[in-house]
Design a protein around this ligand. Structure first.
Ligand SMILES: Nc1ncnc2c1ncn2[C@@H]1O[C@H](COP(=O)(O)OP(=O)(O)OP(=O)(O)O)[C@@H](O)[C@H]1O
Length: 251
C-alpha cells in the first residue's frame, strides 16, 4: 500500500538560501508524524510545499500514491488536505458553531447542486447531518459550551481549538498542524494531545514542545538547516547522538 504522504528529494531555494535540500520521508496512513528542528530549519517551507502554497525547486510530493507536486492548494484541499497555521485563522465575526459549519459547507451551501436536484427532503437531511457533525466536532474539541461565542472574543488557546475543529469538520484525509500547542495552557495542550491521538487521520505536525511531540507522534523527522538529519520513532530520536548534539543541545 502506498504511503498517505511521500516527500521525495524535495529541495527549495530562495536565491542563495537553501531552505530545504533533498528532503525525503514517508508517513504511513493513520500515523502521526512530527517535524522538529530549530528556527529556520525549513519546517514552514516544507508545509508550504506539501499544502501546495510553494512549488519545490526540485523533488516531488505524493498524497495517497498520487503525485500532487503541481496541484494547486485549493485542489489539494478539495481532495482532503487540511492545514492549521502558527497564527490561528478563524472567522472572528462568526460564532464557534458557525465557524465549523462554514468549514463543512464550503463545497456548496446546503449541499449545492446535488441537494437542489434531490429536493427539499434530501436537503433537510443533509443539513441535519451537517449540524450533527458540527455538534460531534465541537464535543471532540471541548467547545460545546462555547458554541454561541464569537470566535474573535476567544483567547488564542480556544481559537486554536476552533481552528482544529474547522480542520476536522469534513473528515480530512491528511492534516497538517503548525504548532498546535502554541498559546495553549497545560489543560488545553493535554486536550489537544488526546484529540490528535484519537484521530484516524494521517497527521503531520510541526511543534516546539518536545514533551508533546514525544507523546503524540508515531514517528519524527528532524530537520536542521534544511536537511533531514534523523528520522525514526520518538524513542530512537531521543537516543540519537546527532540529534542530541544538534538539536536537543545535550551530549
Ligand atoms: N520567502 C522567503 N524568502 C527568502 N528566504 C526564506 C523565505 N522563506 C523562508 N526563507 C528562509 O528559508 C529558511 C527556512 O525557513 P522556514 O521558515 O521554512 O524555517 P522554520 O523551520 O519554519 O523556522 P521557524 O521555526 O522559525 O518558523 C530560513 O533560512 C528562512 O530565512
Amino acid at each position: 500500500m502506498s504511503a498517505a504522504l511521500a516527500v521525495e528529494a524535495v529541495s527549495v531555494s530562495f536565491g542563495g538560501v537553501h531552505a530545504l535540500t533533498d528532503v525525503s520521508f514517508e508517513v504511513p496512513e493513520g500515523q502521526v508524524c512530527g517535524v522538529i528542528g530549530p528556527n529556520g530549519a525549513g519546517k514552514t517551507t516544507l508545509f508550504d510545499v506539501i499544502s501546495g502554497l510553494r512549488r519545490p525547486t526540485s523533488g516531488s510530493v505524493s498524497v495517497a500514491g498520487r503525485d500532487t507536486t503541481g496541484v494547486p492548494a485549493v485542489r489539494r484541499a478539495r481532495e482532503g488536505l487540511r492545514r492549521t497555521f502558527q497564527r490561528t485563522q478563524v472567522f472572528g465575526r462568526l460564532t464557534v458553531a458557525d465557524n465549523v459549519l462554514a468549514a463543512i459547507e464550503w463545497r456548496g451551501g446546503g449541499g449545492g447542486l446535488p441537494a437542489d436536484l434531490a429536493g427539499g427532503r434530501a436537503r433537510r437531511r443533509l443539513e441535519r447531518d451537517r449540524r450533527e457533525r458540527v455538534d460531534e466536532v465541537l464535543a471532540l474539541c471541548g467547545l460545546t459550551e462555547l458554541r454561541d461565542a464569537y470566535a474573535a472574543a476567544l483567547p488564542v488557546g480556544r481559537r486554536r481549538l476552533v481552528e482544529l475543529a474547522r480542520a476536522l469538520a469534513d473528515h480530512p484525509s491528511l492534516l497538517l498542524l503548525d504548532e498546535p500547542t502554541s498559546g495553549l495552557d497545560a489543560d488545553q495542550a493535554a486536550r489537544m494531545e488526546e484529540i490528535i491521538r484519537a484521530l484516524d487521520t494521517t497527521v503531520l505536525l510541526v511543534e516546539h514542545d518536545m514533551g508533546f511531540v514525544m507523546n503524540v507522534c508515531d514517528r519524527l523527522v528532524v530537520l536542521d538547516l534544511g536537511k533531514v538529519i534523523a528520522s525514526g520513532t520518538p524513542a530512537e530520536i531521543g537516543d540519537d547522538p546527532v540529534v542530541r548534539a544538534a538539536y536537543l543541545g545535550c551530549p
